[in-house]
Design a protein around this ligand. Structure first.
Ligand SMILES: CC(=O)SCCNC(=O)CCNC(=O)[C@H](O)C(C)(C)COP(=O)(O)OP(=O)(O)OC[C@H]1O[C@@H](n2cnc3c(N)ncnc32)[C@H](O)[C@@H]1OP(=O)(O)O
Ligand SMILES: CC(C)C(=O)C(=O)O
Length: 514
């Protein structure tokens, strides 16, 4: 059976989704989880795009030992040099070089002739090959490219040293049949194609990203590029969990296997959803809340008699626990640490002690602490705390029906001063956000606000996701607490802190360039 390499681009193309903005610790956490999931390649970012991306790619490459770590680079020497600095100490450094080959992109975006694009592609692969042992070349917008020209570029870059050739459906335009035909065309018309692994990278603009990727596998692709939960630019990328499980369940048809540890799928999906704020729809294949729920009588009857009547994937296969109720207020540190380890998080004694305080506070208020609650606590305390320009000390809201609402807030500022402020609003959240805006002293536009409960029940933990625009920059933020208003305040502060961190990076970068 053929082995298909899984190339995860959650941290690069996934992070290109509008409103997603992961901080450094969050990226590290996702990378570690991808390693546990068993992906072959992690695309950790675009090192030349910002100092923050460079730092994240470098630390991921330096830390992750069981996957190859790569970064995206334009076809120019500056991007390649920066990428080498970020990736050189990785377990298996590889560069992901790209340039567009479609007439639309060449004429309007690159303003280059096809001959110039061909030459630039070859020159950059040759230059990169002096440093990198593995080079992947992507012909951006390949599916809208002229096929003989695409074949010419592919042949030339393989001769120049590329060993992985990616054929991206950059704008999600192709169909499964057509995409398969492009792979067949390249196999028949590029004489040296056998020296390279063919790769697929599909976007979901027409809802065909997974189908197109699987068609490419049928037609010879040995690598699939995808993201957790299908996040990515515009409508997203092919969803890793769907590709992984489809190849597993239908290996009779595809005659292919992956090295994925499928039991880590649910955990990885939850992590990415919580950190990015992109909620998984209940009906999403493989990982949605309803993916294993049987509602109608005839189905339930069938399931009770024989599961395989209506269930082609068992929940256990992808790590969905049948009962995820774990700890309560009488649990001690050992059980707590043990459950964290079962969830895949090995924490220091100090981290356990800090988290345990938050856990006990929550357990006092909430009957059952689920895995989801534990993960929210962990991300809130461990990852959220790495960026704290502003931090919430206390919050009081006075709400009276038919009257204005008042919020009173105490916060610590970036200068480490404690400030107190009060403002009114037409509702509780508005009063809180008006107060926070006054403390921050600059206009903050709220572009999106979403709230969800972690689990069912009156005492469920609230999770709030916001998207804000502040000082010309957009960021998402998240906050969780048992109280929805506290979660709302935390999400807002988290988003402001992320923007302040980006600004700090920019200033540091400008000082470096001066
Ligand atoms: C299909 C994809 O997903 S491609 C990846 C997309 N991801 C991103 O763009 C995220 C990261 N990007 C960034 O941070 C910025 O765009 C940067 C730092 C890379 C570049 O920023 P800027 O220098 O300000 O350029 P800007 O983004 O406005 O324009 C892109 C430039 O790169 C050129 N370019 C685009 N693709 C390539 C390529 N593959 N190889 C060489 N040059 C390229 C464009 O023609 C344009 O050049 P021009 O300035 O001479 O007109
Ligand atoms: C850089 C390439 C692989 C890409 O992201 C795309 O074409 O969508």
């Amino acid at each position: 059976m053929r082995k298909i390499n899984i190339f995860d681009t959650t941290l690069r193309d996934g992070e290109q989704s509008a409103g997603i903005n992961l901080n450094h610790s969050e990226k590290m956490e996702v990378a570690r989880q991808l390693e546990r999931l068993g992906v072959d390649i992690i695309e950790a970012g675009f090192p030349a795009s910002s100092k923050g991306d460079f730092r994240a790619v470098k630390e991921i490459a330096d830390t992750i030992r069981n996957c190859s770590v790569t970064g995206l680079s334009r076809s120019n020497m500056k991007d390649i040099d920066i990428s080498w600095e970020a990736l050189k100490d990785g377990a298996e450094p590889r560069l992901h070089l790209f340039i567009a080959t479609s007439p639309i992109h060449m004429q309007y975006k690159l303003k280059m002739t096809p001959e110039q694009v061909l030459q630039t592609a070859v020159d950059s692969v040759k230059y990169a090959a002096q440093k990198f042992p593995i080079i992947q070349f992507s012909a951006e917008d390949a599916t809208r490219s002229d096929l003989p020209f695409l074949a010419q570029v592919v042949k030339a870059v393989i001769d120049a040293g590329a060993t992985v050739i990616n054929i991206p459906d950059t704008v999600g335009y192709t169909t499964p049949k057509e995409y398969g035909q492009i792979f067949t065309y390249l196999k028949e018309n590029v004489p040296n194609i056998g020296k390279a692994i063919l790769s697929t990278h599909c976007h979901d603009d027409l809802g065909m990203a997974v189908a197109n990727s699987l068609s490419a596998v049928e037609h010879g692709a040995g690598q699939v590029e995808c993201t957790i939960n299908g996040i990515g630019e515009r409508a997203g990328n092919a969803a890793l969990e769907e590709i992984g499980v489809a190849l597993h369940i239908r290996n009779d048809f595809y005659q292919a296997k992956t090295g994925l540890n499928l039991q880590q799928i649910k955990k990885t999906s939850t992590l990415v959803s919580k950190l990015t704020g992109v909620i998984v729809p209940p009906n999403k294949a493989v990982i949605g809340k309803n993916a294993f729920a049987h509602e109608s009588g005839i189905h339930q009857d069938g399931i009770l008699k024989e599961k395989s009547t209506y269930e082609i994937i068992s929940p256990e296969l992808v790590g969905v626990a049948s009962n995820d109720m774990v700890l309560g207020k009488h649990s001690g540190r050992h059980a707590f640490r043990n459950r964290m380890e079962e969830l895949g998080y090995t924490l220091t004694t100090e981290e356990i002690n800090n988290l345990f305080v938050a856990f006990k506070e929550l357990a006092d208020k909430k009957k059952e602490i689920t895995d989801d609650d534990l993960l929210s606590l962990l991300f809130e305390e461990k990852l959220g705390s790495s960026v704290k320009f502003y931090s919430l000390k206390s919050l009081q809201v006075q709400y009276v029906t038919h009257q204005v609402t008042t919020a009173t807030i105490s916060m610590t500022t970036p200068e480490n001063e404690e400030v107190h402020e009060a403002c009114t609003g037409s509702g509780s959240v508005e009063a809180i956000y008006n107060t926070l805006e006054r403390i921050i002293g600059s206009k903050v536009h709220l572009e999106d606000y979403r709230i969800q409960a972690n689990t069912g029940g009156r005492d469920a933990l609230a999770e709030v996701f916001v998207k804000i625009n502040f000082q010309g920059m957009t960021s998402s933020g998240r906050g969780s607490a048992q109280d929805v208003l506290e979660a709302s305040a935390k999400a807002y502060i988290n988003a402001v802190n992320r923007i302040l961190l980006q600004q700090q990076y920019r200033e540091e970068l400008q000082n470096l360039v001066k």
